[in-house]
Ligand binder design. Structure first.
Ligand code: DQA
Length: 154
C-alpha cells in the first residue's frame, strides 16, 4: 500500500517567514518542508511537498494523487475561501485529507471563517503555527493505519 503523502501549499506561502511574520511566524516554507521530511521519516511516509500561486497547478497536483498517494495535507491559503475547483478536485481523491492553517482563521477577518475545503477534509488543524503540518502528518499516518478516508464524515 502507498505511503506517499502529498503536502500542498497555496498562494503567497512561498513568502512564509517574510510575509506578515506577526501572523505567520518567522519560519520559512523551506523550514516547514524540512520539518515535514523529518516527521515523514519518523512515520515512514514518503513526502512530496509543493507550493504554487496558481490554482490550476494545485488542482493538477491533486489529480496526480488519485490512485497513487495515500493522503493529502493541504494549506490552500486564500484559495480556501474561494475555490470550488479545489474542493471538486479533492472530492475526486479517495484517501484522507487534512486541511492546515497556520494562523487561527477564526480570530481574523470574517471572510476567513468559511472554507470550501473543510467540506471534504477528514480533519482541520487551525492556529497551531507551522507545527500544524507535522500534526497533520501524524493524523494522516493514523488514518492510513486504520485504512480510512475520514473520521466522523458522513
Ligand atoms: C492561511 C489563512 C488564509 O486565510 C490566508 O489567506 C493564508 C494562509 C493560514 O495558513 O493561516 O494565506 O491559510
Amino acid at each position: 500500500m502507498s505511503r506517499i503523502v502529498v503536502i500542498l501549499n497555496g498562494p503567497n506561502l512561498n513568502l512564509l517567514g517574510k510575509r506578515e511574520p506577526e501572523i505567520y511566524g518567522h519560519e520559512t516554507l523551506a523550514d516547514v518542508e524540512a520539518e515535514c521530511r523529518r516527521m515523514g521519516a519518523e512515520l515512514k511516509l514518503a513526502i512530496e511537498f509543493h507550493q504554487s500561486n496558481r490554482e490550476y497547478e494545485i488542482i493538477d497536483w491533486i489529480h496526480g494523487c488519485r490512485g497513487r498517494a495515500a493522503g493529502i495535507v493541504i494549506n490552500p491559503a486564500a484559495f480556501t475561501h474561494t475555490s470550488v475547483a479545489i474542493l471538486d478536485a479533492l472530492n475526486a481523491f479517495d484517501g484522507p485529507i487534512v486541511e492546515v492553517h497556520i494562523s487561527n482563521v477564526h480570530r481574523r477577518e470574517e471572510f476567513r471563517r468559511h472554507s470550501f475545503v473543510s467540506a471534504v477534509a477528514s480533519g482541520v488543524i487551525v492556529g497551531c503555527g507551522t507545527e500544524g503540518y507535522t500534526l497533520a502528518l501524524r493524523r494522516i499516518a493514523t488514518l492510513i493505519g486504520e485504512g480510512k478516508r475520514e473520521s466522523g464524515r458522513g
